[in-house]
Write a protein that binds this ligand. Structure first.
Ligand SMILES: *Cc1c(COP(=O)(O)O)cnc(C)c1O
Length: 399
């Protein structure tokens, strides 16, 4: 085997091969398989003239290292992007993507189903700098054209929606946005580029919370922002102006996770769908929010645009008192309660979007639960949940 990949052969490889080989060149690492962690601030220049002209591949720790280059190169190849930057969290990746696209006096359209901290960033930070945000119905599709103003510079999409899992018609929204020369920014954390290739579908700037499936182990914080050729110069400049570079150890761990991400995602998706179907059959469940289920209102779009599902979905329970939900969740043996997701372990949290929706009303008809299905034996997960439902019914006075 040649230690040096042939750059011309890259295109013909499938996604699994790309995950294994992207951003890796053992011939530059003395034959070692992985690019190591470069820790460093100062980079020495050999001569006065080199320093004055900032000559050399690396010039300072925040401007890039072999570790950050390896991750960025790998992600750009996997996402089909012109360039990628790595940030210390998913939220930082989102904020940098937004800052690269909008300026004072601009108008921004954000889906009402966006990740809550994205809303807070728009409502509090962008507002202070003179950017006005309007929230829109996630199901708007091509109808977004009616909300576009002369100063609408960017449209933020997220599919499926955070907590509520509505599917968005991203290509239709992108077409309408591009007709007015607005930038399309997407939070693509749920699908990753393996299940939804963002730039191929019209997204200009795509964000991935690497904290989730790149890690796969609930052990790191990282964000990736990628851009197409049109927006890459602005994104790269903004990133360096804010200097929000990710830590070298987290970047190394993200690359380690990347190599097995396809395999893990497939299993999270398969087990998640099995649990989702099982939950559909439970009498305590009113509705399952999972776009890969044929009964889901977003199923047709999911089927058209997505190559699969990850392991995160929601459930609406039939109305029960809050103490019944607490009794169910408190006694779970395998499902943990906590924020974030994407690790090997299953999680379950309650959610309620009613207090912060502004463009649409969230009235699902019962309490909401969000599940992340991990890599445990699926029968053990069902047993854990079945016992939880028994506690729920007892606490509700049902049995
Ligand atoms: C977790 C998450 C983020 C933010 O990632 P952090 O690394 O926790 O900042 C952004 N978007 C979505 C959809 C997420 O689930």
């Amino acid at each position: 085997m040649s230690l040096k990949p042939n750059p011309e052969s890259k295109k013909k490889f499938g996604p699994a091969t790309r995950l294994v080989h992207a951003g890796r060149d053992p011939s530059e690492q003395h034959g070692f398989v992985n690019t190591p962690i470069y820790r460093g601030s100062t980079v020495l220049f050999p001569t006065y003239d080199d320093l004055q002209h900032r000559r050399g591949r690396y010039t300072y720790g925040t401007h890039g290292t072999p570790t950050s280059d390896a991750l960025a190169e790998a992600w750009s190849e996997i996402a089909g992007a012109a360039g990628t930057v790595a940030t210390p969290s998913g939220l930082a990746a989102l904020s940098i993507g937004l800052m690269a696209a909008v300026s004072a006096g601009d108008h921004l359209l954000v889906t009402d189903s966006a990740y809550r901290p994205t809303r807070i960033f728009c409502d509090e930070v962008l507002k202070r700098f003179g950017v006005e945000t309007t929230y829109y119905d996630p199901l708007i599709g091509a109808g977004i054209a009616k909300l576009m103003r002369d100063n609408t510079r960017a449209v933020l999409v997220e599919a499926p929606g955070s907590l509520t899992f509505e599917m968005q018609d991203v290509p239709a929204i992108a077409e309408a946005a591009h007709a007015r020369d607005a930038c399309v920014i997407m939070d693509n954390t749920w699908a990753t580029p393996l299940l939804f290739p963002p730039h191929e579908r019209g997204v200009d700037i795509a964000v991935e919370a690497g904290t989730k499936y790149l890690s796969g182990g609930s052990d790191l914080l990282l964000g990736l922002t990628s851009a197409n050729a049109r927006y890459w110069p602005a994104l790269n400049r903004t990133y360096h102006q804010f200097s929000v570079c990710a830590g070298p150890e987290d970047m190394f761990l993200a690359m380690r996770g990347l190599r097995t991400m396809g395999l893990r995602l497939r299993e999270h998706g398969r087990q998640g769908l099995e649990i989702a179907r099982w939950l559909q059959g439970r009498p305590e469940v009113l509705r399952v929010l999972h776009p890969a289920l044929p009964e889901d209102p977003g199923h047709a779009i999911w089927k058209r645009d997505f190559a699969g599902a990850s392991g995160l979905f929601g459930v609406i329970l039939r109305p029960v008192p809050e103490k019944a939900v607490a009794a169910m969740l408190d006694g779970l043996e395998l499902f943990g309660m906590g924020f974030s997701w994407g690790g090997f372990e299953s999680l379950c949290i309650p959610f309620d979007c009613t207090p912060f929706r502004t463009a649409t009303r969230w009235a699902p008809g019962g309490p909401g639960l969000r599940f992340h299905i991990g890599l445990e034996d699926v029968e053990d997960l069902k047993t854990d949940l079945a016992a939880g439902f028994t506690r729920l019914r007892k606490a509700a006075g049902d049995i």
